[in-house]
Structures are given as C-alpha cells and as structure tokens.
Design a protein around this ligand. Structure first.
Ligand code: ADP
Length: 220
C-alpha cells in the first residue's frame, strides 16, 4: 500500500532512506537546508524542498501531519536534530522516526516525542557482529520480492481454533511461522497444527504481500 513519508536531512542516512522508500513505491518528500542535496535527490523522490527544519514556519506548509511517518535524519548537529524533532511533533506528525548519534541524544529525542530512534552506527555494528558470529542468520529475505513477514492480532473468527482448522496455508497461501503468547510471554516458533489460537496471541505470518492483504481484509 502506498504511503506518504517525509525525510528531513538528506545526508547519508536520510538520502538512502528517502531513495529506498521511493523505490518501494511510496510518496516521499525530501527536505534539507542544503540546496545541492535537494537538487541531487529531486529526480529520485516525489518532491524535494529546501527548508531549515529548525524554523517552524518553514515546515508549516509541508503538511507533515498528513504523512504516515516523518523521518528526522539530522544527526551530527544535536541542536538542529532536537529542534527539528520538536517542530515536527508540534505540527502533529503521526509517527516520528529519528536518527541519534548517542544514547543521551536518543533519550532527548524520545522525550520530545520521537516514536522510534535509530542509532545507525551502533545498529549496523551489532548487525555486522551478528553476521560475523553466524553468517547463516538472515536479516531479511532479499530474494523474496513481494513477500513479507508480518504480525497479526488474530481476528475473532480465529480464536479457539487450531491452525489445522484455520488452514491459512491452503486458504490464503500464508504460513504461520511463529506465535507470540502474551501470558506468560513466550515465543512459539514453528507452531504445530494442534496449536489453539488465543485472543492474546500475536501471529507471525510469512506469505505473498497480496495474500497477506487478502487475509487481513477478510479477517476484519
Ligand atoms: P549523515 O551522517 O546521515 O550524513 P548528517 O547529520 O551529517 O547525517 O547530515 C544531516 C543532513 O541534515 C545534512 O544534509 C544537513 O544539511 C541536514 N540538516 C542539518 N540541519 C538541518 C536543518 N536545520 N534543516 C534541514 N536540514 C538540515
């Protein structure tokens, strides 16, 4: 489903994020105070504008409150990152994703309303270390274009039924690969057909995007 995103700060992190979101079919508004970067990205995203995100007036016309998420990808200048996040929050953004360069920076951003914080260097270092430790672990399924792993709260019609009864694999082409039980909190990996779905469970499904969309729709 096509979503609308704004990315503020088109340095390395913001630049690649904006272009990737655009490649994934989303509408992306790129924002930076640096004219050169805005010109550079202009042809790769839906819209790119020059604006100083520390100035609330400069952001006001951009309808950030309508975006599915606003990414604040300003990192190195702490003051700018904080003011930009504050402004985006004040404008009523629904979901703010922010980049931080240190733990205290991340804590500040969370306090002023960022919903998700990324620490690019740290996150990448941990992923790279994991890969060195066990190269067979996959982070994602790059070969499965058009497939996703999603979480689904079971709809009412699923409750009390076994996975065999639900038969999602034959009805929708979707496989239940894991179930998170909440009381007590526990992950059941590769559940068997005898698993009885409870109200409080969360299902992890693997399947084609279209099949997952169908399943969500009919189960609503
Ligand atoms: P990276 O490490 O991902 O390159 P930087 O923090 O170095 O991240 O780059 C951040 C980008 O954010 C730069 O392109 C810079 O021009 C932009 N930027 C910084 N402050 C503002 C601001 N107040 N308004 C808009 N863009 C900004």
């Amino acid at each position: 489903m096509k979503k609308q995103f704004a990315v503020i700060g088109l340095g390395n992190f913001g630049f690649y994020m904006a272009i990737r979101l655009s490649e994934l079919g989303h509408e992306v508004l790129g924002i930076d105070k640096n004219t050169k970067l805005v010109q550079e990205i202009r042809d790769s995203v839906s819209r790119a504008v020059i604006a100083d995100a520390t100035d609330p007036l400069a952001l006001r016309e951009l309808e950030l409150e309508k975006m599915d998420a606003v990414v604040v990808a300003i990192g190195s200048v702490l003051n700018n990152s904080i003011l930009a996040t504050l402004n985006v929050k004040d404008l009523g953004a629904k979901r703010i994703v922010a980049k931080a360069v240190s733990e205290p920076h991340g804590r500040i951003l969370r306090k002023i309303g960022a919903d998700e914080i990324y620490f690019p260097e740290k996150d990448l270092a941990l992923t790279a270390a994991q890969r060195l430790d066990n190269p067979n672990v996959m982070d994602y399924l790059p070969f499965l274009e058009g497939y996703s792993i999603v979480q689904l709260a079971p709809p009412a019609a699923f409750i009390g039924k076994t996975l065999i009864d639900l038969d999602l694999i034959n009805r929708y082409g979707v496989q239940v690969i894991a179930i998170k039980e909440l009381v007590p909190e526990k992950m059941v990996m590769i559940p068997t057909g005898r698993f009885v779905v409870k109200d409080s469970d969360v299902l992890f499904l693997l399947g084609p995007d279209t099949a997952i969309a169908d399943l969500r729709e009919t189960s609503n």
